[in-house]
Design a binder for this molecule. Structure first.
Ligand SMILES: [Zn+2]
Ligand SMILES: [Zn+2]
Length: 584
């Protein structure tokens, strides 16, 4: 078992012990040990062999033994017994956003509740209100959490859905008789979450395609199998629709099943104005009217489809039914940013805080991506649950980075930064004198999420006004399909950022995608500078920047709107000048 897996089990033990009402300190000891193991820079096997586990912070004899057993036997009887003693309903209750083990234990003790249905009923009957530490607000929060649980379980993150869709399309394209196979729907529009996967296929042997599709190993259930449409549910719950169309129909179907409802309405209206009728079947003279085009129109690409209607090509990401059709009429489309435009990223973590790879590994990861630079921004001390660092520890990291750059241990240049917590009162978590030493500072909220909108906005703006603030991290703190963001007036934050020359990140972690694409077009027009950051906690996480490109494109951003499309020299100069200007 590796460090990560062991840490996860230790964390589960903590939750289960708290659920059982065991001594809190005993439970927390497991959490602390999980952090230690997760952040261990040395090889765990080596440490165990040399009997040095008990030298590590927070690991006593008993914990050392359990870790050793997990490492050697890949299982721990103590954990298995503990888990078996937790009723299944409790595990389900743990999934409710905002409901922790302590509260679950309290409602169980007082009311004997151990299932989501029973909890929902009790909330509606106002039974929780009477309990100590609960109130009307808690009840409302729990009900909202339960509603989200149902809604969330039906949807999937774009990143995960896209990976699966791409694999299936690859398989389809390997079939000889298939002439076209593409992903359509909200995956192609790069929406942040996805209901189900839509595939459009043209093939000479349709029956063979349907046989292949309904029998791929990932299929759990065939919901429907027909000549033109089949639907399957995959293991893990995702639903996939495959539509088989004729060669002539392909681009019309692809367009139709990609666009939002609103987009398709606008496109049909555009066609109608030309006495044409547009649908998933094709484009031709409107029924009963003598159109100026005698036959059905054939197109060999989506570009042609738009052209026939007198429109510039509308990138799939923009087909949301906003103002894209009007813009395409005038022929003034900006050249949207592309993956290859990125030359480096800024918000990343290493093993110094809660990352899984070292500074050197992350820098080499940036080399692999073909980038010119990478910024390291580990957590600050208030984020103790994420192994946050104080000034002294961060100073050591800074020296390490300087040495790394001097010795040219990677091709990419490493910028020194920090992800500094914004405290409840809007002050930053580290001394001004230290923040000045860094190349840049990402300011983020990681605690006290329950302020009202006014207070939260004030808190964020105070941080933005700090002379050392360079980038706003994940502005709303939302976790897609897990929890809503805290309440904050994003428009006011945008104005403050522009006024104080602070950049706004697109946090490209597939679960965040924060700031949301819906704000970007207007914000960029006003002058907000964007940075696309993967918030990578390991080398693989650097690849998340691609999800950030999706958000940027949906927000109509060009290369010029995004800071990290600039080359190393320009970035160095900009950050240096900015500091001088602001005195940060
Ligand atoms: Zn963060
Ligand atoms: Zn972070």
């Amino acid at each position: 078992m590796d460090k990560q897996q062991i840490a996860e089990i230790l964390e589960n033990i903590q939750v289960f012990l708290e659920l059982k009402g065991e001594n809190v300190f005993r439970a927390r000891a497991y959490q602390r040990a999980a952090r230690t193991i997760e952040g261990l820079e040395e090889d765990l096997g080596e440490v165990i062999k040399e009997g040095r586990l008990t030298d590590l912070p927070g690991i006593g004899k008993d914990l050392a033994q359990k870790i050793e057993t997990l490492y050697n036997d890949k299982r721990l009887p103590f954990y298995e017994e503990l888990k078996a003693s937790i009723p299944g309903g409790f595990l389900e209750l743990l999934e409710i956003p905002g409901l922790g083990p302590k509260k679950i234990k309290a409602v169980y003790d007082a009311l004997g509740i151990k299932s989501v249905t029973a909890l929902e009923k009790a909330c509606k009957e106002g039974k929780l209100e009477a309990l100590v530490g609960f109130g009307k607000k808690t009840e409302e929060n729990i009900l909202r959490g339960i509603a989200h649980l149902a809604e969330y379980s039906k949807r999937h993150l774009w990143w995960e859905a896209n990976e699966i869709a791409e694999e299936i399309v690859k398989g389809l394209k390997r079939i000889k008789s298939v002439t076209h196979a593409e992903v359509a729907g909200s995956i192609r529009r790069k929406r942040e979450t996805i209901g189900d996967i839509d595939l459009i296929v043209a093939a000479k042997n349709g029956a063979h395609v349907m046989d292949w599709f309904t029998s791929i190993p990932e299929v759990e259930e065939v919901i429907g199998k027909g000549e033109t449409k089949s639907t399957v549910r995959l293991k893990g719950g995702m639903q996939v629709d495959l539509r088989l169309v004729s060669e002539d129909q392909f681009y019309f179907a692809l367009h139709h099943f990609t666009g939002s409802k609103e987009h398709n309405v606008m496109m049909r209206q555009k066609a109608l104005a030309m006495d044409l009728s547009l649908s998933e079947w094709g484009l031709g003279p409107e029924k009963g009217k003598a159109g100026h085009l005698a036959d059905k129109i054939k197109v060999k690409s989506e570009e042609e489809l738009f052209k026939v209607l007198g429109l510039k090509y509308i990138p799939a990401e923009l087909r949301e039914g906003l103002d894209e059709v009007t813009v395409a009429e005038k022929g003034k489309f900006p050249k949207l940013i592309e993956e290859d435009d990125i030359r480096g990223v800024f918000h990343n973590h290493t093993t110094a805080s809660d990352g899984r790879n070292t500074l050197e590994e992350m820098a080499r990861g940036a080399d692999e991506m073909g980038w010119e630079y990478i910024g390291i921004s580990d957590h600050s001390k208030s984020s103790f649950q994420a192994g946050g660092l104080d000034e002294e520890q961060l100073h050591k990291e800074l020296l390490k980075i300087q040495k790394h750059n001097e010795k040219k241990l990677s091709k990419s240049y490493v910028f020194t930064g920090v992800e500094c917590d914004i405290l409840k009162n809007g002050e930053l978590d580290l001394k001004d004198s230290f923040l000045k030493e860094l190349d840049y500072v990402v300011v983020s909220i990681h605690s006290v999420f329950n302020l009202d909108e006014k207070e939260m906005t004030k808190r964020m703006i105070k941080a933005i006004e700090h002379p050392s603030a360079t980038i706003i991290g994940h502005v709303t703190g939302r976790l897609l399909l897990q929890r809503e963001g805290y309440k904050i007036d994003v428009l006011k934050v945008i104005d403050a950022a522009i006024a104080n020359e602070v950049m706004m990140e697109i946090n490209a972690n597939p679960r965040r995608l924060d700031m949301d694409w819906r704000y970007w077009k207007k914000a960029a027009e006003k002058g907000l500078m964007c940075v696309i950051n993967p918030d990578a906690h390991n080398v693989k996480g650097l690849g998340y920047y691609k999800a950030g490109i999706n958000v940027a494109r949906k927000g109509w951003l060009t290369k010029e709107n995004v800071f990290n499309t600039r080359g190393l020299k320009e970035v160095k100069k900009y950050l240096f000048d900015l500091k001088k200007r602001k005195g940060g």
